[in-house]
Write a protein that binds this ligand. Structure first.
Ligand code: ARG
Length: 362
């Protein structure tokens, strides 16, 4: 039974003119547990009973049935109730056992969406400890949110875009062995990447090849697209094995590549706000007033950056999911990056609509 109700009933037996609700409204939680778990003040009765509160408390306590309490004590005008801890514990356990899945569930979310960016490994690279940690903690947070009637939108923001994939393709074209890849896709692809990066020291033309392949990919060249899709699929298939073992299931695997063609909107918004500024051939957003380094939006060679994609992702998610909160579960080493992202979005006027919650791990 609810403890406050128990106390109200005990008191009502000796105060029949009051309703249970009257009594419940008066019950206090003493700041100091030395003064009991609950306290009943008697001041409000002084007028009708024509007695000093202290006397009222004394009279009442003499008549109270105190069975079921550890003790009930008078403290001046108060009656202090000390609950029987064993009984309280037993009551809680009984309640849990009656419906274990729903104990403590509160409707805080009213089914509102919360986007959750977690795990987010990079394709053609092994999933690291940091990704595993983000996966576990992100999933735990998602499940807690579900208990509170939020609807988490689980997003695996894959690192599947960037010049490194151009290099990987160039390396594959030179040394690729499909059987080897089939046996151990991620490590094999990674080894090609490591090899081309190393050999480029003596063969600068390899860097050009990598740039060419990335340009092909950006321009939708059929072979480049096919290779990219294949690298992505075989990586994701491996990641999926880990997710299956952990019982984690994402709603979206849209990563950086999905955002790459959606750069116009954030760039236009920044321009409209008048905050996109030229700097040494690049386009930046100054974050001096936040004491942060500037946001590099467009590089001097015309390409956008990792953070531009994250800004686009934030805009896209807001429109797509209309979330009330947006969570990122990432390693603590990314703190200043996410401060920049948050400040950039604030500068764009994004604050009122979305709260960015960054869970830093580590
Ligand atoms: N792929 C990144 C990494 O491996 C993590 C992405 C975190 N999420 C984000 N929206 N930037 O470090």
């Amino acid at each position: 039974m609810d403890e406050q109700l128990q106390i109200a009933q005990t008191l009502q037996a000796v105060l029949p003119d009051l309703t249970i609700d009257d009594i419940l409204n008066k019950l206090e939680r003493p700041k100091d547990s030395e003064h009991g778990d609950f306290a009943f003040p008697t001041f409000f009765l002084a007028k009708t009973l024509r007695k000093a509160p202290q006397m009222i408390a004394g009279d009442l306590i003499a008549q109270l049935d105190t069975t079921g309490y550890q003790k009930v004590e008078q403290a001046g005008p108060y009656i202090n109730f000390y609950m029987d801890q064993g009984q309280v514990g037993a009551n809680i356990l009984t309640e849990i056992l009656q419906d274990p899945a729903n104990y403590g569930r509160r409707n805080l979310g009213h089914n509102a969406h919360v986007t959750m960016d977690y795990s987010s490994p990079n394709i053609a690279k092994p999933m690291g400890m940091g990704h595993l940690r983000s996966t576990m903690i992100g999933e735990a947070i998602a499940r807690i949110l579900e208990k509170e009637y939020y609807q988490p939108v689980r997003i695996d923001y894959l690192g599947d875009w960037g010049t490194q994939f151009g290099k990987m393709m160039a390396a594959y074209k030179m040394w690729g062995d499909d059987d080897e890849i089939a046996k151990d896709p991620i490590n094999t692809l990674l080894s090609y990447y490591v090899r081309i990066s190393k050999e480029a020291e003596d063969h600068p033309e390899y860097d050009d090849l990598g740039r060419e392949w990335f340009a092909k990919l950006e321009n939708g060249d059929e072979e480049a697209r096919r290779l990219w899709k294949w690298f992505r699929e075989i990586s994701l298939e491996r990641f999926q094995r880990v997710y299956d073992m952990l019982g984690v299931d994402f709603d979206s695997y849209s990563g950086e590549a999905f955002m790459a063609p959606k750069m116009d909107e954030p760039i236009q918004l920044l321009k409209n706000k008048g905050i996109l500024k030229p700097s040494q051939g690049a386009q930046i957003v100054d974050l001096d007033k936040y004491d942060l380094p500037p946001l590099l939006i467009i590089k001097s060679n015309g390409t956008t950056t990792y953070i531009t994609r994250d800004i686009a992702a934030a805009l896209y998610r807001k429109r797509m999911y209309g979330h009330v909160k947006s969570l990122y579960v990432v390693g603590a080493e990314q703190e200043s990056y996410f401060k920049q992202l948050r400040a950039g979005l604030k500068e764009m006027g994004f604050t009122g609509t979305t709260k960015l919650n960054i869970f830093l791990l580590g």
